[in-house]
Design a protein around this ligand. Structure first.
Ligand SMILES: *[C@@H]1O[C@H](CO)[C@@H](O)[C@H](O)[C@H]1NC(C)=O
Ligand SMILES: *[C@@H]1O[C@H](CO)[C@@H](O)[C@H](O)[C@H]1NC(C)=O
Ligand SMILES: *[C@@H]1O[C@H](CO)[C@@H](O)[C@H](O)[C@H]1NC(C)=O
Ligand SMILES: *[C@@H]1O[C@H](CO)[C@@H](O)[C@H](O)[C@H]1NC(C)=O
Ligand SMILES: *[C@@H]1O[C@H](CO)[C@@H](O)[C@H](O)[C@H]1NC(C)=O
Ligand SMILES: *[C@@H]1O[C@H](CO)[C@@H](O)[C@H](O)[C@H]1NC(C)=O
Ligand SMILES: *[C@@H]1O[C@H](CO)[C@@H](O)[C@H](O)[C@H]1NC(C)=O
Length: 807
């Protein structure tokens, strides 16, 4: 008996490892794969077979990880799904792979037509499906391979780029949506013009550019550092040019995917967590959007506004520029004069667009300069490779586009300038002046010192009367926020007329205004009486000015004169709650708008928690703090309660619990413990509110006394989740997206912080269809519990509520 148990255990183990398995990795012309059957690569890593997507479900032939069956890495018939399970895969005698439907018609074909003796199709452990001649002398000579026809995923050893001899290109195309593998609008190409770079495009528009490869990384991916588990590289030779990566440890699973909404993400599988973690995304921020600042403009994500002209350049149309329309970029202050020109170094940059560039790998920087100077249309040069002190030569012709600045790992660029701009040269490069000039300059230094002293005294005096500087300053932080003049804002808001009042924010009224140039703004006024408000005002200035993300509201500047004012971009569609909980306006939010909002808030929070330099816990995520722009894109606002935390610190305690009932996690409301996981809880509440169109707090159901969380949990447990959905989105809704969002919402509101996913996991779960864990009971699902518990454990008046009023 014992032996029998041991034997069956053994069988179970073996079959789990895929060792005892009659699955094949190869088929010949005599064999076929029918729906329900599969090919398994020799090491049991990848599987090829049929899977379903969509509603009603359609059948596709594809490849996935054997141990992560929901992660599809390649699809054969992505544009030609089968309606039923009658599909069969065969290899023809001519060496073509064909997918046939039940009546024998060809659904998809690899289109190979050169006959071979003994063609076979084999699924390799790399995830590559190949067709080769079993009698051929070279087993690595493939007639056809799926790696030449990628879908949305790049696996290790796959090439993204060109065979320069044949002109054949391999590139990624996103899925249309998470449950529709047909080609979406986003593609990732290696652009072969000039010195190659990766371009992420939507149709023919460039969305993001990696910048040229500098020997270590792409110029536009400064965060990409050498990694012990995989090596990535760029190859450029006579025959080929491509990007690829290799796994250095075969136990590592990693993939690069272009997701349906046009973002490139690298995931790495963590066995211990049985989940994918997000390792890298691109584009990351506004400065990654192609040519945000136009020609000769430079984007700095931590500056406000983000764009400025490079030294020696001025806005082409200054009125446009002042109202933050940067598309026409900058122009030279002084025109060029060809041979007399000089080259001015600019450092810490993402190198400009190389579509019209020229390069030579063996020239050095000095030779590079000489060549550039000789050709009057050459506008800049740099090293090609930054390793070992730099080598090679890269020349630009025409306007310099899509430049940004980095705090680390940026590159040097030498830009052609008129000789009259020599003041921009670093001092040691300036021509030596005669002794006479030296004497004069001694004299002028003295004069300047005297003037400076006078000025400082004057300014001090002035400052006492009217506290103001060139920048908005919160004495603790060095901020670079534009300062607005009180009179400008007064005129813009019609002297703070009540007609312009938008509402009452956390620390004072908010007004709508229009600047002279036509730009619409929102102005927050700090009421002078509010002490707590001053702290929150400073907090807001400190954080928002340093954060830049498409899903965070943007601070344009401030004014610290008689009143403390903050000036934001105007959000015409007000806040999410003004739509969601309004009986008529809610109809403007169809399902895709809501799903976009759920995704956008997740990305904004992920940026706060993990990507921003400051690492921030918001502490007051709620529907009224999510503002909507013209296109209903969500932007997180109100950083009055936000806290920054350092790298290792993951949670903190506070005596002063501030936040909003209905959104606060149990551990925060009851014990004052806050962490990124308390934001995750609030996010989960917001997701469920967005889906249902009902407030968590104040939710009533005739059948029970639970709040929205309790209600959602009840429906989920009974398999009736779709009943949570707001009636007005029923028609526009994608069932799989809705079910997934509800499921994720419930994962976020679990009682125990450790059970809740991180925001990176949330973003990943929303963007893919990996299997989700089963949620545990939510925290605070019974509203009455909260009030009883909180009064028993702490004095109710210790719970300070702020920002309760809607705006
Ligand atoms: C296919 O089947 C025929 C007859 O059963 C056999 O003679 C032939 O060798 C097979 N071919 C391959 C490639 O297995
Ligand atoms: C075979 O089935 C496909 C759909 O699976 C259909 O489009 C096609 O018209 C059918 N062909 C014939 C000859 O019936
Ligand atoms: C095969 O050729 C047909 C007709 O030229 C084309 O429609 C189809 O897209 C090709 N299939 C592949 C996988 O390239
Ligand atoms: C590139 O294409 C040429 C011509 O089709 C072919 O001979 C060569 O093998 C290809 N190179 C690679 C590396 O695939
Ligand atoms: C590969 O990674 C695994 C898990 O991280 C580790 O145990 C193993 O030693 C690594 N192997 C090599 C060759 O580095
Ligand atoms: C690159 O520069 C080297 C050294 O100056 C020169 O010998 C070579 O011809 C150049 N190559 C091209 C393609 O211009
Ligand atoms: C300057 O370089 C451009 C681009 O390589 C080239 O077309 C042009 O002929 C060059 N002009 C001169 C004068 O060499």
């Amino acid at each position: 008996m014992k032996a029998f148990v041991a034997l069956s255990m053994c069988l179970v183990l073996f079959s789990c490892n895929g060792l005892v398995s009659n699955a094949l990795d190869t088929i010949t012309t005599n064999q076929s794969i029918r729906d329900g059957e599969s090919l398994l690569s020799a090491g049991g890593i990848f599987e090829l077979g049929f899977f379903s997507k969509g509603d009603p479900p359609k059948r596709y032939l594809g490849i996935w990880y054997k141990k992560i069956t929901t992660t599809i890495v390649w699809v054969a018939n992505r544009a030609a799904p089968l309606a039923d399970t009658s599909g069969t895969l065969r290899v023809t005698h001519r060496g073509s792979l064909v997918l046939l439907s039940g009546n024998g018609s060809e659904i998809w074909s690899s289109n190979w037509s050169i006959p071979v003796l003994n063609p076979v199709a084999q699924l390799l452990d790399s995830g590559n499906l190949v067709v080769k001649d079993a009698d051929g002398s070279d087993p690595n000579n493939f007639m056809w391979q799926s790696f030449d026809h990628p879908t949305d995923t790049s696996l290790a050893r796959m090439k993204i780029g060109w065979n320069r001899t044949s002109g054949f290109e391999r590139y990624l195309t996103s899925w249309k949506s998470i449950d529709d593998p047909s080609p979406g609008s986003f593609t990732l190409h290696l652009d072969p013009n000039g010195y190659p770079q990766l371009l992420l495009k939507q149709g023919s528009d460039i969305k993001f550019r990696s910048g040229p490869w500098n020997g270590l990384r792409w110029s536009g991916t400064p965060n990409l550092n050498p990694n012990p588990y995989y090596r990535y590289g760029f190859v450029l030779n006579e025959e080929e040019t491509y990007y690829h990566y290799e796994l250095l440890n075969s136990s590592v699973i990693s993939r690069l995917i272009l997701i349906p909404n046009g973002i490139l993400e690298r995931f790495t599988w963590i066995d211990r967590m049985r989940g994918w973690t997000l390792y890298l995304t691109a584009p990351i921020d506004q400065c990654d959007d192609y040519a945000t600042c136009g020609a000769y403009g430079s984007c700095r994500v931590d500056a406000s506004p983000v764009c400025r002209c490079l030294k020696g350049f001025v806005p082409q149309f200054s009125q446009e520029w002042d109202i933050l329309d940067w598309s026409n970029g900058c122009v030279r202050k002084n025109p060029l004069d060809c041979e007399k020109d000089i080259f001015v170094p600019y450092s810490s940059l993402k190198l400009p667009d190389t579509q019209s560039s020229w390069f030579n790998k063996s020239m050095n920087l000095q030779e590079c300069k000489v060549v550039c100077l000789k050709n009057c249309s050459c506008t800049a040069y740099s090293n090609l490779d930054i390793q070992d002190g730099g080598s090679g030569c890269l020349l630009w012709f025409g306007k310099l586009m899509d430049i940004r600045e980095y705090n680390e790992n940026g590159q040097d660029l030498y830009i052609r300038m008129a000789a009259s701009e020599s003041a921009l040269l670093p001092s040691h490069q300036k021509k030596h002046k005669p002794v006479m000039a030296l004497a004069v300059s001694f004299g002028s230094v003295f004069l300047i010192l005297v003037l400076l002293t006078i000025c400082v005294l004057q300014c001090k005096k002035k400052k006492m009367e009217l506290p103001q500087g060139d920048n908005c300053e919160d004495r603790d932080a060095d901020l670079e926020l534009p300062l607005f003049d009180m009179s400008t804002i007064a005129i813009a808001t019609n002297y703070f007329s009540t007609n312009n009042k938008l509402g009452e924010g956390g620390f004072g009224p908010v007004y709508k205004g229009v600047l002279m140039g036509g730009q619409e703004i929102a102005v927050k006024v700090l009421s002078r009486t509010s002490r707590q408000g001053l702290q929150e005002f400073k907090n807001e200035v400190r954080y928002v000015s340093k954060l830049q993300h498409r899903n965070l509201v943007k601070l344009l500047g401030c004014c610290i004169q008689e009143e403390n004012l903050l000036i934001y971009e105007f959000m015409p569609n007000r806040s999410l709650d003004s739509f969601l909980f309004d009986p008529t306006r809610r109809e403007h939010l169809d399902w895709s708008a809501r799903f976009n909002i759920i995704n956008g808030i997740a990305r904004g929070l992920l940026y706060l928690h993990e990507d921003s330099r400051l690492r921030i816990i918001h502490r007051d995520i709620k529907a009224s703090n999510v503002l909507l722009d013209y296109e209903m894109n969500p932007k997180i606002s109100d950083f009055g309660l936000a806290k920054s935390f350092t790298g290792n610190e993951t949670q903190a305690n506070t005596d002063r619990v501030v936040g909003t009932y209905g959104y606060m996690s149990p551990e925060y409301a009851l014990e004052g413990v806050f962490s990124t996981k308390s934001d995750v809880f609030s996010y989960g509440v917001l997701v469920l509110e967005t889906i249902s169109g009902k407030r968590n707090r104040g939710f009533h159901h005739p059948g029970h006394r639970q709040n929205l969380l309790g209600h959602a949990w009840r429906l989920f447990s009974e398999g009736r989740s779709m009943q949570l959905l707001d009636k007005v989105v029923k028609n526009s809704c994608s069932t799989s997206e809705a079910l997934r969002s509800i499921h994720i919402g419930l994962l976020c509101v679990q009682r125990c912080p450790d059970d809740r996913p991180s925001m990176s996991a949330v973003v990943m779960m929303l963007g893919s269809d990996i299997e989700l864990p089963h949620p545990k009971e939510p925290g605070f699902f019974n509203e009455r519990n909260l009030l009883e518990e909180s009064t028993s454990q702490s004095q109710p008046n210790e719970i300070t509520m702020t920002g309760l009023s809607a705006r």
